[in-house]
Design a protein around this ligand. Structure first.
Ligand code: ADP
Ligand code: F6P
Length: 469
């Protein structure tokens, strides 16, 4: 095999200092092994974007940045990606904003990017595309005659067919997806939805081996739950907490980008119900919610911030005393090592999204615990992580009563039960860490039978693998 070429909307940092996000941490080891290339969006936009990738060299891998004009970037990233695809794929069709210029920008970015990639890839490179911002990329690459293996991993959920159809370009999206050699999703739930979408949209036929026959070729589908560097995060938490005093009161912790899919108002509603129904806990616990800003220029994100701040203020006004603040709220990102220690020193981890592809915070919370005195994870049934983590307390985030009950159970759980639940969760994660995730995806991608070269040349009108001049 040639190089591994990763493509994602967000690029890793050029100097390696900002490598804390889930995607970067997940993939940099896979790339570093054989010195690959990571292609991603330049952090700043410019009125005069470079026509080709702008390369930077890191000791572990190379980075190729694509530049975009500010307006194109807004329509592609804030518009189509995050005002249409993100809400629709998270089941929030009430929030979608449909604008023809968004769809045009979305296709244009993949078209341009495909040209830049085609200029630079070698015939034996393997291309791995990430996430919903770049779904049309394989289609655009094939149209140029690119015969490389191309895999795609979707980090966010696949909704049911009816929800998917709320996206005006739903047929195009399904057809673009079907041009990858391998499509990876997070959960069995997503896989079932994807199969259904292909059946209804492209008359896809499920084969005995789990692949789908679509338009005369076979598309490989698989479920690959993403994970974290479990041992690394455990060590970060353990070493960082030496000498750090525990908080004065047992702490509940939530750490989420301030996104409406994370169920933050519902989480506070559950906490309020808990304080109202179990007055003995008032003044005896605290909730720390860390929620850094994200996609601030989209209206729905501004609304969720206001709602969260109102609810936190309401609870503090209702139950707070001179000596006790029920909800502490921090609206910014914290360094990763600080987060690890906060997780370790919190009795309860609250991960209660309304819909989430996976949710790495759930895995980080478990990895950070002291195995001799671990905290308890409360996990939404709608997080992808719930499929793999049944030993958490699974809740319905829409039901404040259920959340309140789980909070009480977590705080009162005997040590032996906490240890047993944590041990089962940790053992599973230790065997299914991020390396396992990337290795399983790549192994599957490399095993995909050589693609039908005639099919490619049909588009390009030329010999496959020979680049257009
Ligand atoms: P998403 O990809 O939707 O943001 P995940 O839970 O899968 O959700 O991943 C979020 C990642 O961002 C985790 O690694 C988490 O630790 C990190 N993160 C979330 N909030 C913060 C914060 N306030 N400070 C630093 N890192 C954060
Ligand atoms: O995990 C989903 C995802 O959208 C990733 O693609 C992305 O890197 C992350 O969440 C954070 O979102 P953004 O890059 O829009 O800040």
């Amino acid at each position: 095999m040639g190089r591994l070429v990763i493509v994602s909307n967000r690029a890793p940092s050029i100097d390696g200092t900002g490598d804390s996000g889930g995607l970067v941490v997940a993939l940099k080891d896979a790339l570093a092994k054989d010195g690959g290339l990571w292609i991603g969006g330049a952090p700043e936009q410019t009125d005069t974007p470079a026509p080709s990738l702008v390369f930077h060299h890191r000791p572990d891998f190379d980075i190729g940045l694509f530049e975009l004009e500010p307006q194109l970037y807004r329509d592609y990233y804030l518009g189509y990606s995050n005002s249409l695809l993100w809400p629709a794929l998270h089941g929030r069709v009430d929030l979608i904003d449909v604008q023809p210029r968004y769809a045009a920008a979305y296709s244009e970015v993949s078209r341009r990017l495909a040209r830049m990639i085609f200029e630079t890839v070698r015939a034996d490179d393997v291309i791995w595309v990430h996430d919903y911002q770049l779904i049309p990329l394989a289609h655009e690459l094939r149209a140029l005659g690119c015969g490389n293996r191309i895999g795609f991993f979707l980090h966010i959920p696949v909704p049911g067919l009816e929800t998917f159809k709320a996206i005006p370009e739903w047929r195009d999206l399904a057809a673009w997806l079907a041009e990858y050699d391998l499509i990876g999703v997070q959960t069995q739930r997503d896989l079932a939805h994807l199969i259904n979408i292909f059946r209804h949209t492209l008359r896809g036929e499920l084969r005995y081996n789990g692949n789908m026959g679509i338009n005369g070729r076979e598309v490989v589908l698989g479920c690959f739950p993403i994970s974290i560097n479990v041992e690394g995060f455990r060590r970060l938490a353990e070493e960082g907490s030496v000498g750090t005093p525990p908080p004065p009161l047992p702490r509940l912790i939530g750490v989420d980008r301030l996104d409406y899919s994370k169920g933050l108002p519902q989480r506070l509603a559950g906490y309020e119900t808990f304080l109202s129904q179990y007055p003995r806990f008032r003044g005896q616990v605290s909730l720390l919610q860390i929620a850094p800003p994200t996609r601030d220029d989209v209206e729905a994100y501004r609304d969720i911030r206001e709602e969260l701040e109102l609810r936190a203020g309401h609870i503090n006004g209702l139950y707070g005393t001179v000596d006790w603040t029920p909800v502490q709220y921090i609206h910014r990102a914290l360094p990763r090592d600080e987060l690890a220690v906060l997780f370790r020193l919190s009795r309860v981890g609250l991960v209660t999204p309304l819909f989430d592809g996976m949710n790495l915070v759930a895995k980080e919370y478990v990895a950070a615990q002291d195995e001799t005195d671990p905290g308890v994870l409360i996990l939404s049934q709608f997080a992808g992580a719930a499929e793999e983590m049944p030993q958490a307390l699974i809740v319905n985030p829409h039901d404040p009563q259920d959340m309140a009950e789980a909070t009480r159970t977590a705080l009162e759980m005997p040590l032996a039960e906490r240890i047993a639940r944590h041990a089962a969760l940790y053992d599973y994660l230790a065997n299914h860490d991020v390396e396992y995730w990337s290795a399983s995806f790549l192994k599957r991608l490399l095993a995909v039978e050589t693609i039908d070269l005639h099919w490619i040349s049909r588009y390009a009108g030329q010999q496959p693998g020979v680049k257009a001049s």
